[in-house]
Ligand binder design. Structure first.
Ligand code: PMP
Length: 427
C-alpha cells in the first residue's frame, strides 16, 4: 500500500469508492491522456463522463478560469452575475425546452434534489417513480430514488418511491424477451403500479443508465411510458448527468432518442459541462421552475469561475462539433469492440451510443454476472496504459467506456487494442 493510500484509509470514509488494488493518484492531464504520480501515462477512457467533457487541460477553459479567478469569485446569487446569465441563456437555447429557465447547482445530486423539490411542489405529491437499477446521486433524497442497490445505503427516504421495471434486462426474468414484449410487460407493470397509488409527482429516468452499466431501454419504452404518464399528469424528469451535451452522438440530449411527445418537463445535468469545475443544474419551463413560493439561493451554484469554465467549454464543444465526433469515433470504437467481442467468450454484449459504450461480461456460456472478470480487465487495462470504468447492478459486471468527446480515431484504435489485450488476458 503506498503512503497516500494508507493516509487515505486512515482519514477518509471506508465507503468512498476507489478503483484498483493499488489506487492511482492522477497528477496531471492533457487532451485524452492523464499521468499518475509515478510518471505513468494513461489513455483516459473514463474521465469524459466524470469531469472532462471535452479534453484535459483544454487551453480555452484554463484561460477562462484563470482570468475569472484573477477578477472576482463571489456569491452566485444576491448580486447580478453576468457569466451565470450568459451560460443560462446558452443552455436554454440548446435545451429544446420552450420558455426554459435554468438553475445552477454544484453537483448532479443537488440538481436532482432540486428537480424533486420542483416536481413534488408543483404536483403536491411526494410520491415519485424511479427506474430499477438507476443512480441519481448521494444525498438523502437522491439515494431515495436510486434503484441500484449497490449505491443506495439506506431504505429510509423523505419520498415515497416506487420502482419501475425497464431499467435493465441484462439478466433476470426479462432478459430473453424480445423488445416489443418487454415494452408491453413494463408498460403493464407501470399501469398496475399507478392503479395502486395516489398520483405520483414525477418519474425520473436516465436515458441510458450510467452507473447501472450503460444500459439503454429498448426503443419505444420511454415513449410508451410518457404516453401513460402524460395522460395522468405525472411529470417526466430526464437525468442527463451522463447522457447530455452530445455524448450519445446521434442526439444532443439523451431524451431525444426516446421522445415522441416533446421534451421532458424537467432536465438535470452536471459532470463534464464545467470540464472539471463543479456545475450541475436543472432546466424546466418557467411554469414549473417558478412554482416555489419562498426564496432560494445557492452560495456556490453558479459562481463566476464555474460559469466561465462552462461557457468556454460549451463554446468549444459546439464550435468543434464534438457531438459529431462522438458519433463518428464512437461508432468506429463500437464496431471495433464488437469484432473483439466475437472472439472473447467472456464478453456477452457491446452496447451503447456515441462515446458511451458498455461491455457486459459474463461467465462464458452463461448469463451469470462476473464482477471478478470486470475487475481483472480493469487492472489489466491499467497495466496496458488505459483507464476505463465499471458499472452494473449490485454485481458490477460491465466495463464502461466514456472518453473526453474530442477522442481521435488513432486514440480510439489504440484504446481498443489495449482493451482487446486486457480481455484476452483473463481468458
Ligand atoms: N445522476 C447520474 C445519472 C449520475 O451518473 C450521477 C453521478 N454518477 C449523479 C446523478 C450524481 O452526480 P454527482 O456525483 O455530481 O452528485
Amino acid at each position: 500500500m503506498n503512503d497516500l493510500y494508507a493516509r487515505h484509509r486512515g482519514v477518509l470514509p471506508d465507503w468512498l469508492a476507489l478503483y484498483y488494488d493499488e489506487p492511482i493518484e492522477i497528477t496531471h492531464g492533457e487532451g485524452r491522456h492523464v499521468w499518475d504520480a509515478d510518471g505513468n501515462r494513461y489513455l483516459d477512457f473514463f474521465g469524459g463522463i466524470l469531469t472532462t467533457m471535452t479534453a484535459h487541460a483544454l487551453p480555452e477553459v484554463t484561460k477562462a478560469v484563470g482570468e475569472q479567478a484573477g477578477r472576482i469569485i463571489h456569491s452566485s446569487t444576491l448580486y447580478l452575475n453576468r457569466p451565470m446569465v450568459e451560460l443560462a441563456e446558452r443552455i436554454a437555447q440548446v435545451s429544446g425546452i420552450p420558455d426554459a429557465r435554468v438553475f445552477f447547482t454544484t453537483s448532479g445530486t443537488e440538481a436532482n434534489d432540486t428537480a424533486l423539490l420542483l416536481a413534488t411542489t408543483y404536483r403536491r405529491s411526494n410520491t415519485v417513480l424511479a427506474m430499477r437499477n438507476s443512480y441519481h446521486g448521494r444525498s438523502f433524497s437522491a439515494v431515495g430514488i436510486t434503484g441500484n442497490r449497490g449505491w443506495s445505503p439506506t431504505s429510509l427516504s423523505p419520498l415515497q418511491t416506487l420502482y419501475v421495471h425497464g431499467g435493465v434486462r441484462t439478466r433476470g426474468p426479462y432478459a430473453h424477451l424480445d423488445d416489443a414484449t418487454f415494452v408491453e410487460a413494463c408498460v403493464e407493470d407501470l399501469t398496475d403500479l399507478l392503479g395502486h397509488t395516489r398520483r405520483p409527482a414525477a418519474l425520473i429516468a436516465e436515458p441510458i443508465q450510467g452507473v447501472g452499466g450503460f444500459t439503454s431501454p429498448p426503443d419505444g419504452l420511454y415513449a410508451a411510458f410518457r404516453d401513460v404518464l402524460d395522460d395522468r399528469g405525472v411529470l417526466w424528469i430526464s437525468d442527463e448527468v451522463q447522457t447530455g451535451w452530445g455524448r450519445t452522438g446521434d442526439h444532443f440530449w439523451g431524451w431525444q432518442a426516446h421522445s415522441r411527445s416533446g421534451p421532458p418537463d424537467i432536465v438535470t445535468f452536471a459532470k463534464g459541462i464545467g470540464n472539471g469545475m463543479s456545475i450541475g443544474g436543472v432546466i424546466a419551463r418557467a411554469e414549473i421552475m417558478n412554482c416555489l413560493d419562498a426564496n432560494s439561493i445557492s452560495t456556490f451554484g453558479g459562481t463566476q469561475i464555474t460559469m466561465a469554465a462552462g461557457l468556454a467549454n460549451l463554446t468549444y464543444l459546439l464550435e468543434h462539433d464534438l457531438q459529431g465526433n462522438a458519433r463518428r469515433v464512437g461508432g468506429l470504437l463500437i464496431e471495433r469492440l464488437r469484432a473483439v467481442a466475437a472472439q472473447v467468450p467472456a464478453v456477452r454484449e457491446v452496447r451503447g451510443r456515441g462515446l458511451m459504450i458498455g461491455v457486459e461480461l459474463a461467465r462464458p456460456g452463461t448469463d451469470e454476472a462476473d464482477p471478478r472478470a470486470a475487475s481483472a480487465v480493469l487492472e489489466a487495462a491499467r497495466s496496458g496504459g488505459l483507464l476505463i470504468g465499471k458499472g452494473g447492478g449490485h454485481n458490477t459486471s460491465a466495463l464502461r467506456i466514456a472518453p473526453p468527446l474530442s477522442l481521435t480515431v488513432a486514440e480510439a484504435e489504440e484504446g481498443a487494442a489495449i482493451l482487446e489485450r486486457a480481455l484476452r488476458s483473463i481468458q
